[in-house]
Design a protein around this ligand. Structure first.
Ligand code: LRH
Ligand code: MN
Length: 427
């Protein structure tokens, strides 16, 4: 059942007129700074991020989950929610599936359905961090790093299945995050476990289509609390370099110990042509999977600043896959994703507002204060009229959250999505 957003969600003339004035005023101010608002609007229009199939339902923690009304029960209903996020933001035309949580019964039908909703599929995600019902061998003590060749073989076969699903949906990449690790010193061989992971990844890499990419995703801890095999960007880079050109590193913003300089990791990986993509979110302590830009908006801006520098410098092999990875524990999942896409569009706009020539000059001259001020000037610019204008030109909403609330979409879904079997899963 396709839901059209009610006319109430369309911006009123007053809102449009206010926006027009705000945009003109900002454009005039930027023009005095030698910046073209029009250029940045185009940059925001080109920015696209993929939505995580596992985050359209309410997420939870080991302490509890508080599901809300009208949550999707099927992959089809998740696509409906994804289409709503894309329609209102103009910037989320793809979905990233997690297998087996969202293993489609009929991939061809799903692909057709997605196309009819204006959606495509981004990198597919494997899952060897849980045992599935009827699974012969357990991943309790690891998957690719497991001492048992039979367990490793089972895990490789799962990845080959994920690649097949992705191929049937038109995806062109697989993201491999492994929970593999240990909780106690001595439990696991720190070198052999890494070598086993590398060798299993080589099997997946060799089996995937020639035009595909493999993204390795590092994480310092959880669910392992002493050692995680792919613990940091260095381990991820070693694997990607060992595999080949079509293997790159995925940076999940939440997978770094407190106070890690993530933008520098981004600069390092981009500098060696190994920045494959992102899982955008935000965090205060651990892998909190909070709304991107909600805790460290300046940090998010500094990551986008490195992305803009890499694009301006035309770094070889630079075309990262932008994806979201969040767990919506207390907010409406669609509202959380609308906020997230908005924050990413905003960080993108602000990063393109940096006076790059001036910044390079101050860096060369060693003028620390003016260099910092040049960055802050862009970050402290209220670029929301630029983002709203980019959305207006894409036929999306000036204010996606307000439009979503005015549409009554969630209330309608709460009426429609009653009972029935819940076929899909998530965090
Ligand atoms: C691990 C992770 C990974 C996904 C999972 C849902 O924490 O970031 O990217 O597979 O979350
Ligand atoms: Mn992730």
């Amino acid at each position: 059942m396709t839901t059209t957003l009610s006319p109430a969600s369309a911006p009123g003339d007053a809102a449009l007129a206010d926006h027009g004035r705000d945009y003109e005023a900002l454009a005039e101010r930027l023009d005095r700074r030698g910046k073209s608002a029009e250029d940045v609007v185009e940059r925001v229009r080109r920015f696209e991020v993929a939505l995580p199939s596992w985050a359209f339902g309410t997420g939870g923690t080991r302490f509890g989950r508080f599901p809300g009304p009208g949550e999707p029960r099927t992959l089809d209903e998740k696509l409906e929610d994804a289409a709503t996020v894309h329609r209102l933001t103009g910037g989320a035309p793809r979905v990233s599936l997690h297998i087996p949580w969202d293993d489609p019964k009929d991939p061809a039908a799903l692909r057709e359905r997605a196309t009819s909703l204006g959606l495509g599929f981004d990198a597919v995600n494997s899952n060897t961090f849980q045992d599935q019902p009827g699974q012969p061998l357990s991943y309790k003590l690891g998957s690719f790093s497991h001492p048992s060749a039979a367990v490793r073989k089972q895990a490789v076969e799962h990845h080959l299945h994920v690649v097949e699903v992705g191929k049937s949906l038109g995806a062109e990449a697989i993201t491999v995050w492994l929970a593999d690790g240990s909780n106690y010193p001595g439990q696991m061989s720190l070198r052999k476990s890494f070598e086993r992971v590398r060798d299993c990844l080589h099997e997946v890499y060799a089996a995937m289509p020639q035009d595909w990419c493999l993204f390795t995703e590092h994480k310092p801890y959880e669910p392992s609390f002493y050692a995680t095999v792919v613990q940091d960007w260095g381990s991820s880079l070693l694997l990607a370099q060992s595999l080949g050109d079509r293997a790159q590193c995925l940076v999940d913003l939440g997978h770094h110990l407190p106070n890690t300089n993530i933008e520098m990791i981004v600069a390092r990986l981009a500098g060696v042509g190994k920045l494959g993509g992102f899982h955008f979110n935000d965090s205060k302590y651990g892998d909190d999977d909070l709304t991107a830009g909600s805790i460290k908006p300046y940090g998010l801006f500094l990551v986008f600043h490195e992305l803009v520098l890499a694009e301006r410098d035309r770094l070889p092999g630079f075309s990262p896959a932008y994806m979201i990875d969040q767990s919506h524990n207390i907010k409406d999942p669609v509202e959380d994703l609308l906020q997230t896409v908005d924050q990413l569009q905003l960080a993108c706009a602000k990063a393109w507002l940096v006076d790059h020539e001036a910044l390079a000059g101050y860096q060369e001259e060693g003028d620390v204060v003016m260099a910092e001020r040049t960055l802050k000037e862009a970050f402290e610019t209220d670029a929301r009229p630029i983002v709203a204008e980019a959305r207006r030109r894409a036929g999306a909403a000036l204010d996606p959250l307000a439009a979503f609330r005015a549409s009554g979409y969630r209330a309608q879904k709460a009426r429609e999505r009653v009972g029935g079997v819940v076929e899909t899963r998530g965090l």
